[in-house]
Design a protein around this ligand. Structure first.
Ligand code: ZN
Length: 474
């Protein structure tokens, strides 16, 4: 019997705010332990939380970016549990009335566009971090109270690779939208993986097994690559799977059981009495909607469609947004956007990296690139000379036409001049000339190379080839 996997992901993302969710403490990474704390985020008795407006905006913005409905009535709830990194002994989250729900993410997978539906994206607060030393343990509360978005997917994912691509697409969207920096190294994105298996084609879901707290996408993929065959093997050998929570041991490369359903937490959710429900107005939502950006996949598809770019160029302009914006400004005025893309990706990007400068520092006008492409198209310069002209334009800011004039880089298309070069080369290379006349076609390339060399690379290569061939044959 064949089995299939059913996977849903809960992704936790730290929001890009200046301060924490309920207090004015800085939301920053890397500060010395317990320096970004106050009575509110330390959970002292008698303090009152005040919701961070920007976190509320970023939550609604995420809803728009993920094609969700953004609720006009959201509320906060207490999720009660006891753990040293949770100073209040409860986490403020959104239980039955989340800020956003019912969306989807489209992304490229296995050569097509896949869709994973989003159940909900709700706002909550992060917890602190435990550190275990040789003889004792410590808790750093700098992260406690940092705004966190939990994005829950429907179980639409069917493989480890698909989960991996979905996570990457989600991350791209959130970075593009300015919702989160999604820096994995800084723990800004974590996910819980829910996975079950069932006989292929079955309607009923198998026992749900949750793998908690994955802090890298490749880790999530590896855990699934281990867990799916484990579950299938178990069923095939007549075993029974029970709903449970497991952890991934990255070093050993295995998942281990943490607890089964009988020991599941009872969080005793109840409405947070210290916070009003959140009921955004039309004006507020319109303001947030103005921050919606074009999604990465839509941008890639548009660049391929509008400028006839190959997928790899379009992807480059998705990853490097400023480069793509710059390209687009020029490409709109060009009949040859691919030539623009080549110059921008191969030459401009390399120069910017090499000189550690940005677009603001560019000495030349964007029109310079159009002018340079024009010089190549009119065969005034060869493509290899164009690279040299670009370098000069980048360094000095001078226009390509001026550079070509000043440096005498114009291609020689004067047949009289080229004929002279050909005659010289033929006279100096009797061996290869004889070879060619005896039917060794490759000798022509060698002789053409000599003509180009003699002209210091300026002879029009096509013309040089034609003249040389007719002379050798004649
Ligand atoms: Zn605080």
């Amino acid at each position: 019997m064949d089995y299939e996997a059913v996977i849903g992901l809960e992704t936790h993302v730290q929001l890009k705010t200046k301060s924490k969710m309920w207090c004015g403490c800085a939301n920053e990474f890397g500060a010395p332990p317990n320096t970004n704390v106050c009575p509110i985020c330390l959970g002292m008795p008698g303090v009152l939380p005040v919701a961070n407006q920007e976190a509320l905006r970023l939550t609604a913005l995420t809803g728009f970016l993920l094609n969700c409905a953004v609720s006009r009535f959201a509320k906060f709830d207490r999720k009660n549990y006891f753990y040293p990194d949770m100073p209040k002994n409860y986490q403020i989250t959104q239980y039955d009335k989340p800020s956003t729900a019912n969306g989807y993410v489209d992304f490229e997978f296995a050569g097509a566009v896949s869709r994973v539906r989003i159940t909900r994206a709700h706002l909550e607060e992060d917890v602190g971090k435990n550190f275990h030393f040789e003889r004792n343990s410590g808790v750093d509360f700098n992260r406690a109270g940092v705004p966190l978005l939990e994005i829950v997917s429907e179980p639409d994912i069917t493989s480890a690779d698909m989960a991996y691509e979905y996570l990457n697409a989600l991350k791209e969207i959130l970075i593009h939208g300015g919702v989160s920096d999604c820096d994995m190294e800084k723990g800004m994105v974590r996910c819980d993986v829910n996975v079950s298996v069932r006989p292929k084609g079955a309607k009923e879901l198998g026992a749900k097994i949750e793998i908690k707290n994955m802090n890298s996408f490749s880790g999530a993929r590896k855990a699934l690559e281990y867990e799916i065959p484990r579950q299938i093997e178990m069923l095939k050998s007549g075993g029974k799977l029970v709903q449970s929570t497991r952890r991934w041991d990255d070093v050993a490369g295995v998942t281990e059981e943490m607890r089964t359903k009988e020991h599941a937490h009872d969080y005793r959710y109840f409405p947070e009495p210290d916070l009003m429900p959140f009921t955004p107005t039309d004006e507020w939502l319109i303001e947030v909607q103005k921050r919606v950006v074009e999604l990465p996949l839509a941008r890639k598809q548009r660049f391929m469609r509008d400028y006839q770019l190959p997928p790899s160029d379009a992807q480059t302009f998705v990853w490097d947004r400023p480069l793509g914006d710059y390209f687009e400004k020029i490409a709109k005025q060009s009949k040859n956007p691919k030539a623009v893309a080549n110059l921008v990706i191969n030459n401009l990007r390399a120069k910017l990296t090499e000189s550690r400068t940005t677009f603001a520092d560019l000495k030349f006008q964007p029109e310079g690139i159009l002018e340079l492409i024009g010089l190549v198209e009119s065969r005034t310069v060869s493509t290899s000379t164009a690279q040299q002209v670009f370098g000069e334009m980048f360094d000095t800011g001078e226009s390509p036409v001026i550079i070509v004039q000043k440096k005498g880089l114009a291609q020689v298309s004067d047949t009289g001049v080229i004929e002279k070069f050909c005659d010289e080369v033929i006279a100096a290379n009797p061996g290869p000339v004889a070879d060619f006349r005896n039917g060794k076609v490759a000798a022509l390339n060698f002789l053409k190379g000599q003509v180009m060399k003699l002209s210091k690379g300026k002879a029009n290569p096509n013309l040089a080839g034609e003249i040389l061939e007719s002379k050798l044959k004649g």
